[in-house]
Write a protein that binds this ligand. Structure first.
Ligand code: DMJ
Length: 484
């Protein structure tokens, strides 16, 4: 079947050929090609289009999955991560509905969050619920200033704290929200083995929770976990990717930017933007140097970041996962635009190969390792940051292309759906909660005016919940977070 987008492209080719025959000299003189302006015009979208797609997808959740964690858009039903629902989609969706000015829908979620009772006898993944539920609740509070929401966030944070009571201070994989017992299973043991992102992606949300509750206990727990990872770096200065939270021994010695380590690095950088902490900032600066020294891999003229051995720095696998597309955003915000732009060009190249990113791709072998795509946000996030920070039109065009491709492959009568293989675009019955929290938010923000949302005034958590910098006074933060 010829895809809609392919048909559009064919029409453009004919149009361009005709225009070229008629007036090739003129277009050469102007220095802009006809194809450029055609592509731009045909792919441009308006904020109201994204807003109405958000509303349509949100209403689909309400119709078919209300009260469940996730919408299954093909079977038109819902799905819970655990035995009981944690309301993950609604809590994740709030900040996007709110930035879009969909206040009635946002208020509905605020009330829903107030009705949640966290005293649930379920083991939850500490990492996942921290970025989505605690991050989501804090975003609701940051925007609504409803003190009862803050109480809900504190209650939730208190229920995560027992996970950090390990001999190393690194949290166990899972914690029971009711009993505080730790356990769970991530497929590698009994909950004592976690990956580095699960170990140390807490500085940001726990910092905000400490700030608003004026109780350093949360930030201090998060900081202890991040320090525990950093202090166990190898002789050449790299952390590994899996660790035993009780013995502090690495159980795997690979090191990379991909899922499993990504947000450890992200939070070393981002938490400093809200809560300057010299100790964490030094660790970030040190880590960035090591990333550039060891992960950076210029291969066949493109900038990649490889998987390396934490002890030798040797490349063990030339692969990229769609999650590490977050890194150009971090590089750009840090001020390294040169590397950010090179890195972004590589992600865009991979997107153009498949018109979506596969979950993992082996660039040396030119082969897909995991072919599914859950409509993840990272590549859009990075293009958005680069557009904001360089002002270059080409990044907006990339975002417009990503939106056109996502509509083409993955929009259905219900909402949107994931795909199980980017080569065949086979539909998958799942709509990740971060599609609401992140993917649609970045598309929307990329298309609105600075007056509506000024990128420079916010810092986003790893789930794209935006926090206004002016809400946090750095001198108060020192006391509230216990920063020396
Ligand atoms: C999100 O849940 C977060 O961004 C997380 O850090 C990893 N990536 C997913 C979306 O791809």
């Amino acid at each position: 079947m010829v895809k809609k987008r392919d048909k559009m492209k064919l029409q453009h080719v004919y149009l361009i050929a005709i225009l070229f025959l008629i007036s090739c000299n003129t277009s050469e003189k102007k220095g802009t090609s006809v194809s450029d302006s055609n592509t731009k015009d045909s792919l441009a979208y308006t904020p109201s289009e994204i807003k109405s797609e958000m509303l349509r997808s949100w209403n689909a959740y309400k119709t078919y999955a209300w009260g469940k964690d996730v919408l299954l858009p093909l079977s038109k039903s819902g799905f819970n991560w655990y035995d009981q629902s944690l309301g993950i989609s609604p809590i994740d969706a709030y900040s996007t509905l709110s930035v879009m000015g969909l206040d009635k829908e946002a208020k509905e979620i605020e009330n829903y969050a107030l009705s949640m009772n966290w005293d649930k006898d379920v083991y939850v993944q500490v990492f996942e619920v921290n970025i989505r539920i605690l991050g989501g609740l804090l975003a609701i509070y940051d925007i609504s200033k409803n003190p009862d929401i803050l109480k809900k966030a504190i209650d939730f944070g208190d229920r995560l704290l027992p996970a950090f009571q390990s001999p190393t201070g690194i949290p166990y994989h899972s914690v029971n929200l009711k009993t505080g017992l730790t356990s769970g299973n991530n497929g590698k043991g009994d909950g004592t083995i976690v990956n580095t992102a699960q170990a140390a992606t807490y500085l940001f949300e726990f910092g905000i929770l400490s700030y608003y509750s004026q109780n350093p206990v949360y930030y201090q727990a998060a900081k202890k976990a991040s320090l525990a990872i950093f202090q166990r770096k190898s002789k050449i200065g790299l952390p590994g990717d899996f660790i035993n939270v009780e013995t502090g021994e690495w159980t795997n010695n690979w090191s990379y930017l991909q899922a499993g380590m990504d947000s450890y690095y992200e939070y070393l950088f981002k938490s400093n933007l809200l809560f300057p902490d010299p100790e964490i900032n030094d660790i970030w600066e040190y880590s960035l140097e090591k990333i550039n020294q060891y992960y950076s891999d210029e291969y066949e003229g493109r900038q990649f970041y490889a998987c390396v051995d934490m002890n030798t720095g040797e490349i063990v696998k030339r692969s990229m996962s769609l999650y590490d597309a977050f890194f150009p955003a971090i590089q750009a915000l840090h001020g390294d635009l040169e590397n950010a732009e090179k890195n972004m060009a590589t992600w865009d190249w991979l997107w153009n190969k498949y018109r979506l990113l596969p979950t993992r791709y082996l660039y040396e072998e030119d082969k897909i390792e995991y072919a599914n795509s859950e409509l993840n946000p990272e590549i859009i996030e990075s293009a958005y940051y680069l557009h904001q920070l360089t002002g270059k039109e080409k990044y907006l065009k990339m975002i417009q292309k990503y939106w056109a491709d996502i509509k083409d492959c993955c929009m259905n009568e219900t909402a949107f759906h994931a795909v199980s293989d980017v080569r065949t675009m086979k539909e998958k019955d799942y709509l990740a909660t971060y599609f609401y929290a992140e993917t649609l938010k970045y598309f929307y923000l990329a298309s609105v005016d600075k007056k509506e949302f000024n990128f420079h005034n916010y810092v986003f958590n790893t789930e794209a919940h935006p926090f206004k910098k002016s809400n946090f006074d750095p001198s108060k933060a020192k006391t509230y977070l216990g920063i020396n």
